[in-house]
Design a protein around this ligand. Structure first.
Ligand code: SF4
Length: 323
């Protein structure tokens, strides 16, 4: 459905007065496929490049190298109606709903806009369908269509964001931390709603999250990103049953345990993610890795494949898999 091949994204960053500028590689040679009806979770800490990759796949920013194909056609070659269809078919849901909804537009108008511009419905038809969409996401249109975003809770705004995305009848939704700003009970409601909509519409999701617990709940496949590169990927069941990269293992062990009586595991993820302006040599994860050995400081690990297309970029993946 949507495929990114060997994507790289560089940004020029000003270092300050008299210090010139430098290149920051936010995405480094990443390939990703999202098939119809599946949920791919893109997991990593903040600063790992997940959102930049999501924005490239949405066509919001241009990659430095590599290609994005939608249904087999290079996105860069899409023009006219085909480009418009791509923009309708591949929709976004963002974390910051107060920024992604126009504060001066009533909720009903926000949902009507894609019906008019992407689907080219008549005004009367768009009004009826926007009311139906609000109902589908659990908002009574009689109450909510006339409200402004600031009059809604975070969960209600996220429901509006989903209704607006659905208005274009998308095939793929790139959801960037869509529930991170919500409290736990609302989070569960929105995830359930997203799963229901996926089953009804055969939607594909790229679900960007720092929360491995959420990825475990919703993903068919998991890709783990660290400092711009994919360090592990595979079926969700395989990745969670047998993490094959120390970073994934550390994220798994540091995920919250919803039982206060159970002992916490020792901290496995030490320090913060290094600056992408000066990534460590060899394996980028080595300064934080509990499995690191001398070779890790000099040689970048190749990606190796285990059963079921489960891949890991670690010199000592077998040891990690062995526990
Ligand atoms: Fe850790 Fe070395 Fe594997 Fe990198 S290659 S993740 S430093 S063990």
């Amino acid at each position: 459905m949507l495929e990114g091949t060997q994507l790289t994204k560089d940004f020029r960053v000003r270092l300050g007065l008299f210090r010139g500028s430098a290149t920051l590689r936010a995405v480094d040679d990443v390939s990703i496929t999202i098939d119809a009806g599946e949920t791919v979770a893109l997991v990593g800490e903040s600063g790992s490049g997940k959102s930049t990759l999501g924005r490239i796949l949405l066509g919001l920013i241009l990659q430095t190298s590599g290609a994005v194909h939608y249904r087999g056609t290079d996105f860069a070659r899409l023009q006219g109606d085909a480009a418009r269809q791509f923009r309708a078919d591949v929709q976004a849901v963002f974390q910051d709903t107060s920024a992604s909804l126009n504060p001066r537009r009533r909720v009903g108008e926000s949902v009507i806009a894609p019906l008019l511009f992407n689907r080219r419905l008549s005004a009367a038809h768009a009004r009826i369908e926007s009311a139906q969409l609000l109902e589908r996401v659990g908002l009574d249109p009689k109450i909510f269509a006339s409200r402004f975003p600031h009059q809604l809770s975070g969960g209600q705004r996220q429901r509006v964001g989903l209704a607006r995305a659905l208005a274009s009848q998308p095939r793929v939704i790139v959801a960037d931390e869509p529930v991170s700003a919500l409290d736990v009970s609302v989070r569960a409601q929105i995830l359930k709603l997203m799963q229901d909509l996926q089953a009804q519409e055969k939607l594909a999701y790229l679900f960007i999250t720092h929360d491995l617990g959420i990825a475990r709940l919703i993903a068919n496949r998991v890709m783990v990103m660290y400092l711009g590169a994919i360090v592990e990927e595979g079926n969700a069941a395989d990745v969670f049953a047998r993490p094959s990269h120390p970073y994934t293992l550390a994220l798994t062990l540091s995920a919250p345990i919803p039982d206060p009586t159970r002992a916490r595991p020792p901290r496995h993820l030490i320090g913060d993610i290094p600056s992408p302006l000066a990534p460590p040599p060899g394996c980028r994860f080595h300064p934080r890795c509990a499995f690191a050995q001398a070779i890790c400081k000099t040689d970048a690990p190749p990606v190796r494949e285990f059963e079921n297309a489960h891949r890991s970029a670690c010199h000592f993946a077998e040891q990690v898999r062995g526990g």
